[in-house]
Design a protein around this ligand. Structure first.
Ligand SMILES: Cc1ncc(C[n+]2csc(CCOP(=O)(O)OP(=O)(O)O)c2C)c(N)n1
Ligand SMILES: CC(=O)[C@@H](O)[C@H](O)COP(=O)(O)O
Ligand SMILES: [Mg+2]
Length: 623
């Protein structure tokens, strides 16, 4: 066996030039490279360790980039990125100016579809397959989707449509590692477990090796597969009922199973569904033992594993929410906590332990999460939907049609509001103020620090209608958080500093970037607390003594809080110069949150400069 090196793989063409016998070495080196690289940069780890062999086999068997591969979610695409010429660039992973943590069309000709929000791969691959058919192009279209991503309705919408789409080549590869971020939930997961249960999977593993070692002619193999797949291995599956030829489950770490099977499926063409079984974290014992902890680690030493810092980290907004949820649930048995598959990320691990009967992880199913909450509210329960701002976009119609239109009492705890940092544009929570503000009955609150978050969670929870509390990823300014359940008046802001002629109306945590500016330029600083209802009485009183308004928000300017103030000023016929500070009308890539805020002029220095350049004369005439 030749000594081959990952260093020589600049593209899948180099991989395909190797002998089959050399691929195991490549897989071993690839796994080690990913472990060492992610340990240096941080990023998604356990899912990438689980797709090493599958990725090698797919790029070895299929003629990429002519054949298309869509990686669902795409957090497991690091092996793909490394084999497609970005090995060196992994050092810049998810950093300002560096490569993305997800497939991105503008990054490589091998990234056929930008992913990150889950369960889009089958729809996208189907679109590509129909396009190839209609254009008379012969190519394969592969969707690689995890068992977690398969729990989203959109995946079944696509399967349902594909099943009645004639004349296309599409291979769906289900990467079944029996994990989402946390342990998977739902009846579908039980179904997969049945398919993998001893009687089927053991035979599949042995049959895979036996049948594939002698490699009869393709059609003979297909016939055998047909027979085995239908009879011995597994009963007709849900996927066959939807029009796919189901093959598997096979061992997703065994190149001897993967390569002949994929070659067979490549020759067969048509609608194929390959069920592979992998282990999340495969090949790194610590990640195998705790795939949740190693799902998205920061930097760590692979030899030691992730070590809890001895220096207590500042409390995050997520932790403030998690504590509040438990306290509020203890005080009110009507509270139900709902997460669409983000138990850890949303801070609900303690809540699940303390209130298991009132905790619901509904899977990657944001649409269902919202309307499920609506149903609970119809029966006088008080659901709290803990959901990242970006993922609530998936349940937007349900929020309007099922919750707001019926004025139901649902509280939305919107974590990851604003720029999230390393996950970049796909996960940015930039739009919730704009997309919620136009919905009647909605209450929108924007806490400025950790204690304000608790205050506004108390307040919105007690409000008997649809409401939202938005807070950013990570820690805030370190404000002391009370332990009580005090509320504040809905729709009322608070003047934090009295200045002279210019008032900054801050909506959210960027208020702290404006504090020093207000001191430096002697400006009034207001913590508005709510975008809707807007504190118009406070604005009226400010207009009595101020000659200019600045609005400040960690969200898009278009349709955001500043727009709400402008609308009011126009309606009040108040002709006062107004400067709107917020996110520009473009997508903002990954980097540190502080770096990104500086890039778009929302750090303290930029805020001061922008106010000074806009209101030079006014400032000159202050005392
Ligand atoms: C719409 C949407 N909701 C939630 C997430 C957060 N998320 C990222 S990965 C993941 C679990 C995916 O599980 P699976 O598809 O099985 O992939 P694995 O991590 O097991 O490889 C979730 C819930 C997301 N990316 N998109
Ligand atoms: C891939 C995905 O969508 C999640 O893993 C997400 O990256 C988690 O984000 P946080 O790290 O902000 O919880
Ligand atoms: Mg999984």
């Amino acid at each position: 066996m030749a000594n081959v090196s990952l260093q020589h793989i600049q593209s899948p063409h180099d991989l395909r030039a190797l002998k089959r016998a050399d691929l195991d070495q490549i897989a071993t080196q690839l796994r080690e490279y990913i472990l060492q690289s992610v340990a240096r940069t941080g990023g998604h780890l356990s899912s990438n360790l689980g797709t090493v062999e599958l990725t090698v086999a797919l790029h070895y068997v299929f003629n990429t980039p002519h054949d298309r591969i869509v990686w669902d979610v795409g957090h497991q695409s690091y092996p793909h990125k490394i084999l497609t010429g970005r090995r060196e660039q992994m050092a810049s992973l998810r950093q300002y100016g560096g490569i993305s943590g997800f497939p991105k069309r503008s990054e490589s000709e091998y990234d056929d579809f930008g992913t990150a929000h889950s369960s889009t791969s089958i729809s996208a691959a189907l679109g590509m397959a129909v396009a190839s058919r209609n254009q008379g192009v012969q190519r394969q279209h592969i969707a690689v989707i995890g068992d977690g991503a398969m729990t989203a309705g959109m995946a079944f919408e696509a399967l349902n449509n594909a099943g009645v789409t004639p004349g296309i080549n599409m291979l769906v590869v289900l990467n079944d590692n029996d994990m989402s971020i946390s342990p998977p939930v739902g009846a579908l997961n039980r179904y997969f477990a049945r398919l993998m249960s001893g009687q089927f999977y053991a035979k599949a593993k042995n049959m895979g090796k036996a049948v594939l070692q002698h490699m009869p002619p393709m059609l003979e193999l297909a016939r055998r597969f047909e027979g085995h797949a239908k009879g011995v291995l597994t009963p007709a599956t849900l996927f066959e009922e939807l029009g796919f030829n189901y093959v598997g489950p096979i061992d997703g770490h065994d190149l001897d199973s993967l390569i002949p099977t994929l070659e067979n499926l490549r020759e067969l063409g048509g609608l194929q569904f390959l069920h592979v079984v992998t282990k999340k974290g495969h090949g790194y014992q610590r990640a195998e033992a705790d795939p949740v902890l190693y799902h998205g680690p920061g930097r760590f030493d692979p030899k030691q594993g992730i070590v809890k810092s001895s220096v207590p980290a500042p409390q995050t907004f997520t932790q403030v929410f998690g504590q509040w949820l438990c306290d509020q649930a203890a005080a009110d048995e009507r509270l139900i906590g709902i997460t669409p598959a983000m138990r850890e990320g949303s801070g609900m691990v303690a809540f699940e332990k303390q209130f298991p009967q009132r905790y619901f992880d509904v899977g990657i199913a944001e649409q269902h999460a919202v309307t499920f909450a609506a149903g609970l509210a119809c029966e006088q329960l008080k659901p709290v939907v803990a959901i990242y701002s970006t993922f609530l976009q998936r349940g937007y119609d349900q929020l309007i049609h099922d919750v707001a239109l019926q004025d139901l009492d649902v509280t939305f705890a919107l974590d990851r509001a604003g720029l999230v940092g390393a996950d970049g544009a796909t996960h940015a929570g930039n739009y919730d103020i704009a997309y919620l503000r136009c919905i009647p009955n909605m209450v929108i609150s924007t806490p400025s620090d950790e204690n304000e978050t608790r205050l506004l969670l108390n307040t919105c929870y007690q409000h008997t209608g649809p409401s939202s509390v938005r807070y950013p990823r990570g820690a805030g300014c370190g404000a002391e958080v009370t332990a009580d359940l005090t509320t504040v008046p809905v729709g009322k802001g608070v003047v934090r500093r009295q200045g002279q002629k210019i008032a900054i109306l801050a909506f959210g945590t960027l208020l702290h970037n404006a504090k020093a500016v207000a001191e430096q330029l002697d400006l009034t600083l207001v913590d508005m607390r709510f975008v809707k209802p807007l504190d118009t009485a406070l604005i009226d009183s400010l207009l009595q003594s101020h000659q200019a308004i600045v609005t400040l928000e960690d969200g898009c300017v278009m349709g955001g809080a500043g727009s709400a103030v402008l609308e009011y000023l126009s309606q009040a016929q108040a002709n006062v110069p107004t400067l709107l500070l917020g996110y520009p009308d473009r997508f903002i890539d990954h980097g540190e949150q502080k770096q990104l805020h500086a890039e778009i002029g929302l750090d303290s220095e930029s805020i001061a400069e922008r106010i000074q350049s806009r209101f030079t004369d006014l400032l000159a005439n202050q005392n």
